[in-house]
Structures are given as structure tokens and as C-alpha cells.
Design a binder for this molecule. Structure first.
Ligand SMILES: Nc1nc2c(ncn2[C@@H]2O[C@H](COP(=O)(O)OP(=O)(O)OP(=O)(O)O)[C@@H](O)[C@H]2O)c(=O)[nH]1
Length: 607
């Protein structure tokens, strides 16, 4: 993550010292009328849906052991009261959103309890459910273990399949998943893509899973995470003194998350630092701090609300003397091919720093903030002195500051709205009203035809970027390199950004002007602004440059894939390099080495 000097401080907690009352957690569960009707049936697995390296049995076992119900609620709209900026300032720590039903988080399956039993269970909530009815509905997904269908008093059915694939099929058959899949197909068609092309066949399902996984926090319950992990610790007097007695501060730093931006539906990166002052002779298990924060990160979010919700949830869960939360958020800039064809530095990050405080942290000028910040500095986390969120900070999502809007595509807009609804969101919520348009602003950058119009000349060879001065045919050739050409592309598997830099090397004779950097950048954009995979992007750039340079070309692409970081495997800091070599580079290791040595260290500020 980038250094602090460029961080914008975005929030000023109120100074009135008020701690808001705990909001009662209100279950939000959609009642489903007809079990027989598939479109109304709700099926959830007992885990997040994309953990292919863990067995469902282990998940069920984990939950059984932890005493949690492995049930999931129906998805229902989550209504947020309209919150003005004024209200935000007055409520440093608003009540956490109700979190309804206990659920295993991704972390539940990461604790090494794999493969304890051959149990592949799901739960279903449906009115009038009976074991016979459930069996009738679910046997189409695969064999059900005999005598392993149970229905409890609140109409939640537990069904155990014999094979994991049945669980997967049941999830894929969920109405929410199906709706999102259909919506993604509409978006792909709107991008001018062939939805039957091999690379895109599974994309709708992958996107549906990614979105549902990325918003699973709506179904998670803070209370269940916290309770059972509050440990008695002597010396922590109740609410006494500067630091709640002898206990002092507890700080958990550098928690990395991704959250979906409620304004544009793109994931944004969050580095979270939490501090609390224990009291009441109890401390919270450290991992739970991260789990609680992740409950709120896995929702459609705005940085300030995320900070407030995490702060509030910890305040109400631990009942300490105070909680402070600092978030450093990074949001990808929106590229625009109008500007990027001219400007190779289009890729950057919108950075926002937000804070939230409760109890002794309510006043941001309180000395105790200084202790927190000093302990962050020990890890080179420099948070500048706080100032009020100003109007510019409020529009941190770059989609909002985009002045140009393309022609509205009603079908695509409706498709994005239906995705939001399937995630359990209320599309009339003030913050979401513009989200479909904002998301489409991003997405339409990757429409198949957009750049072809502009770059036809270069790519199809009608523009000759070489200017030969004199007869260069006998001149000695050297490796010419053009480094760090930025690109932004969209992963065709998950419809998520991947971005980075391209390095191009080619043999060039003395006396021949090299290909202009802007031409190379245009070629990079031409192949970047599409639904892509990195290997294809690399090859296509190499092949095109080889047409212009005489055939001896080497291309290196270094990229961060949001789909590797924000979801699925969640490998923060991972990145990918691909190489394509043509002509002499494929047989000349020395030329390859020469070119590779010239490539500077690539450090991404965001990925
Ligand atoms: N080779 C290659 N793979 C990519 C690229 N972008 C995304 N992927 C991968 O595409 C694969 C799709 O795998 P699937 O198993 O069908 O989808 P998935 O379940 O979403 O995969 P996970 O990411 O492992 O959760 C994943 O391994 C991604 O990491 C790319 O540019 N090149």
C-alpha cells in the first residue's frame, strides 16, 4: 500500500463524547412461500461458496464444533436510513447494521480442520418445508444421504448430500445466482462479446459467485463472532482512567480487506487499523477483530460507513472504554480512452483515509489518539493530523467525478440493478441510485469496438510509425526498449480489473528512429481495453509490434489481478508476469537477458 504522505484525511469524529446506544440486531429474513417453486427456494451451503480447496464436510464439522447453526437467511433488501454528511459528522459511530444469521466466514474454513467427515450439507429456508418435500426438490442435484434431512421449528431444512458436486449444483441453482448470471450475460452482450465464446462460458457463474462471496457480510452476525471469544483478563478495571486501567491499548494493525464500492461496484482495497481500550476485565480474541471488520467489509460500502460500522460493532461487542478505527482505502481510477491515448499515466489510485472513534476516542483531539498513532508509526504507518472530511473527499469514488456519460443502455442498466437486488440491496437507497450508471461507465471502457475505431491505422499498418533516415539496411542493430507502458484491462473470467505495466523490446537498426512511445502505448491500450487474459494480451502486443518492427520482439507484462486479490484465493500483494518472445529473442538468451535487465523494479501502489 502506498505511503501515508499522500493520504487524504477524510473524517473528523465528533467531539461530544457521545457513545451511541446499541441497535438491536433485527433479523432480516425473507419469507419464502412455496417450496415447490424453484424460483422461491433458497439454498445456501454451509460456507462461502468458493473454497474449492476445502471440503464441505470440514465446514460443517467446524460449525458443529463451534456450536453455530450453519444456516443462511434468505437475501432481503437492507435498507439504510438516508444519512446526510451532517449526520455522519454527528454520529462518529452509528449502530452496526443488523447482522442476522450466524454463518461461517471464509476464515472458518482456514483453520486446518479439513476432511474430518464426508458430509456435504446445505441448508434451506422455506415455509412448510418437510423432509419429504425437501427430498423431492433437492434430489435433482445429486444423491441425498438417507435419513439426513431435517427441518427445524423455524422451517430451516438441513440436507446432507453424498457428494460435494451436489452441493455445488444446488448453490448454482439458487435464484440469486441465476438472476446474476442472466444479468452478466446481458452485460457481456452489451460489451459486444459473444457469450458462447469459450473464455466467457463460465464467466456469468464466476461473476455471480464472486459478487455473492464479496457481499456475504450481510449474512454474518457480529454477536456470534464475538461471544465465546471474550476472555477474562485481570487488571482491566471497568472504564477507569486514561486507558481503562492497567490494560492500556490493544492495537491490531494492517488488516487487509477488499470491499465493493457502493457507488460503482468495483472492489476497493482497505488497510484497517483497530485500537481499543479494554475494560470490564475482558479482552477480545485478536482474530475476532479482523473477523468483525470483515463482516462489514464484505458488503457494498463507503469508506466512512465501513469505519463507523466496524467501530460501532466492536464497541457494542466488547463494551470497552473506547474503540478507534483507521482505514486507508484505495480505489482504482477510472481510465478513459480519450485521455489514456494521450496520457500513459492514467492509472493511479484514489486514496482516502477515514477514522471513527467511540468512547474515549470520540474526541479526535483526545491524547489517546496520539498513543494510537504513535503505535502505528512504529510500523511506518503515518497518519497525518486529522481534519474534517471536505466535499472533495465525499466523492472519493472516481465514477462520480466523471463528467461524460455515454448513451444510457436501458437493458444493461436494468441488469446491474437486478444484480444489486440479488445481493440483497435496496436499489432505491440513496447511495445506490447511480450505481448502475457508474458501473457501466467503467465497464463500457472495455467494449470491443471502442478503440478499434481510433487505432485502426496503427494496428492494421496503414500508419507507418517508422521514419527511416537514410539507408539503414546495413547498419548494426541494437535492442531498443520501451518500459513501463501502463495498461488497464478487464479479466474475462471474473469481469474484474487487472492492470499494470508493459515493457517492449525490439531490435532496431542504427539510423532508424524507434517506434514512437505514444504508438506503442496506443497498441497497449488497444489490446488492454477489452475483456482479456494476460497471456493473450502479451502475445497480441508482441505480434502487433513485430509487424511494425521487423519481427524480433520481446514483451513483458506485469500485472495485478483484482480477481486474485479481492476474492477467491485473496492473495494480497500477488502479481503476475508474462513474457512473449518472437524472432531473434526466442533464440538469443543474451538479448533476452539484456532486455530483462533493463526492466526496473515494479512496485504497484495499489495491488
Ligand atoms: N491464465 C490466466 N488465468 C487467469 C487470468 N485471469 C484470471 N485467471 C484465472 O482464471 C481461473 C478461473 O478458474 P475457475 O476455477 O474457472 O474460476 P474460479 O472458481 O473463480 O477460480 P478461483 O479464482 O480459483 O476462485 C482462475 O484460476 C483465475 O485465477 C489470466 O489473465 N490468465
Amino acid at each position: 500500500m502506498a505511503e501515508e504522505s499522500n493520504w487524504t484525511k477524510g473524517y473528523n469524529p465528533p467531539e461530544n463524547g457521545e457513545v451511541l446506544p446499541v441497535d438491536k440486531e433485527v433479523p432480516v429474513v425473507k419469507v419464502v412461500d412455496q417450496l415447490q417453486d424453484d424460483s422461491h427456494m433458497l439454498v445456501e451451503s454451509s460456507t462461502k461458496i468458493e473454497v474449492p480447496d476445502k471440503s464441505y464436510s470440514s465446514i460443517v464439522m467446524d460449525l458443529k464444533e463451534s456450536g453455530l447453526r450453519f444456516s443462511f437467511p434468505a437475501l432481503a433488501p437492507h435498507k439504510y436510513p438516508p444519512k446526510s454528511h451532517e449526520q455522519q459528522v454527528n454520529h462518529a459511530c452509528p449502530p452496526a447494521s443488523a447482522a442476522e444469521v450466524p454463518v461461517s466466514s471464509s476464515d472458518d474454513v482456514d483453520n486446518g480442520k479439513e476432511g474430518k467427515a464426508d458430509s456435504f450439507s446445505i441448508c434451506i429456508r422455506a415455509m412448510k418445508a418437510t423432509p419429504a418435500l425437501l427430498e423431492n426438490e433437492l434430489k435433482k442435484f445429486g444423491p441425498i444421504r438417507s435419513n439426513n434431512i431435517q427441518v427445524n421449528k423455524v422451517c430451516v431444512g438441513f440436507v446432507e448430500f453424498e457428494v460435494a458436486s451436489a452441493v455445488q449444483k444446488a448453490i448454482e441453482g439458487e435464484p440469486e445466482t441465476l438472476v446474476i448470471k442472466d444479468a452478466v450475460k446481458i452485460l457481456l452482450q452489451g460489451l459486444g462479446e459473444d457469450i458462447n465464446r469459450e473464455g466467457l462460458l463460465k464467466t456469468p457463474l464466476r461473476v455471480a459467485k464472486a459478487l455473492r462471496e464479496g457481499t456475504r457480510g450481510y449474512k454474518q452476525n457480529v454477536k456470534d463472532i464475538v461471544q465465546g471469544a471474550l476472555f477474562p483478563e485481570a487488571g482491566l478495571e471497568s472504564g477507569v482512567g486514561h486507558a481503562g486501567g492497567a490494560g492500556g491499548l490493544v492495537i491490531v494493525r494492517d488488516l487487509d480487506f477488499f470491499s465493493y464500492c457502493e457507488s460503482c461496484l468495483l472492489p476497493f482495497q482497505v488497510k484497517c487499523h483497530v485500537c481499543y481500550v479494554p475494560s470490564g476485565q475482558q479482552v477480545l480474541g485478536l482474530s475476532k477483530v479482523s473477523r468483525v471488520a470483515n463482516v462489514f467489509a464484505k458488503r457494498l460500502q463507503d469508506p466512512q460507513r465501513l469505519a463507523d460500522e466496524v467501530c460501532s460493532a466492536l464497541q457494542h461487542g466488547i463494551m470497552p472504554t473506547g474503540v478507534a478505527v483507521i482505514l486507508q482505502c484505495l480505489h482504482i481510477h477510472f481510465p478513459s480512452f480519450e485521455s489514456t491515448c494521450l496520457d500513459s499515466n492514467h492509472l493511479g489510485w484514489v486514496k482516502l483515509l477515514v477514522t471513527s472513534g467511540s468512547g474515549v476516542f470520540k474526541n479526535e483531539k483526545a491524547d489517546i489518539w496520539g498513543d494510537f498513532l504513535s503505535l502505528l508509526k512504529l510500523r511506518d504507518i503515518n497518519v497525518e493530523s486529522t481534519h474534517s472530511r471536505n466535499s472533495a473527499d465525499q466523492c472519493w469514488c472516481p465514477s462520480r467525478s466523471f463528467s461524460k456519460t455515454g448513451p444510457a443502455n436501458v437493458g444493461m442498466n436494468a441488469a446491474v440493478a437486478s444484480i444489486l437486488r440479488s445481493l440483497g440491496e435496496d436499489t432505491s437507497r440513496k447511495e445506490l441510485v447511480g450505481t448502475p450508471t457508474h458501473f457501466l461507465k467503467w465497464l463500457m471502457n472495455f467494449k470491443n469496438s471502442n478503440l478499434e475505431m481510433k487505432l485502426n491505422g496503427i494496428v492494421h499498418g496503414t500508419i507507418d510509425p517508422f521514419k527511416i533516415s537514410g539507408d539503414a539496411s546495413d547498419n548494426e542493430e541494437h535492442v531498443h526498449s520501451e518500459l513501463n507502458l501502463s495498461f488497464c484491462s478487464q479479466c474475462e473470467h471474473h469481469i474484474l480489473p487487472f492492470h499494470g505495466v508493459v515493457h517492449i523490446g525490439y531490435f532496431c537498426a542504427e539510423g532508424v528512429n524507434p517506434i514512437g512511445k505514444s504508438h506503442l502505448q496506443s497498441i497497449v491500450h488497444f489490446y488492454g481495453f477489452k475483456l482479456q487474459v494476460q497471456e493473450r494480451l502479451t502475445r497480441q502486443i508482441a505480434e502487433t509490434v513485430s509487424l511494425l518492427s521487423g519481427g524480433d520482439v520481446m514483451v513483458v507484462v506485469e500485472a495485478n489481478h483484482t480477481c486474485m486479490i479481492s476474492r477467491g484465493i485473496e492473495k494480497f500483494g500477488s502479481n503476475t508476469a508474462t513474457i512473449a518472445v518472437l524472432g531473434r529473442f526466442s533464440t538469443d538468451p543474451a538479448a533476452r537477458a539484456l532486455f530483462l535487465e533493463r526492466i526496473p523494479n515494479y512496485s504497484s501502489s495499489g495491488g
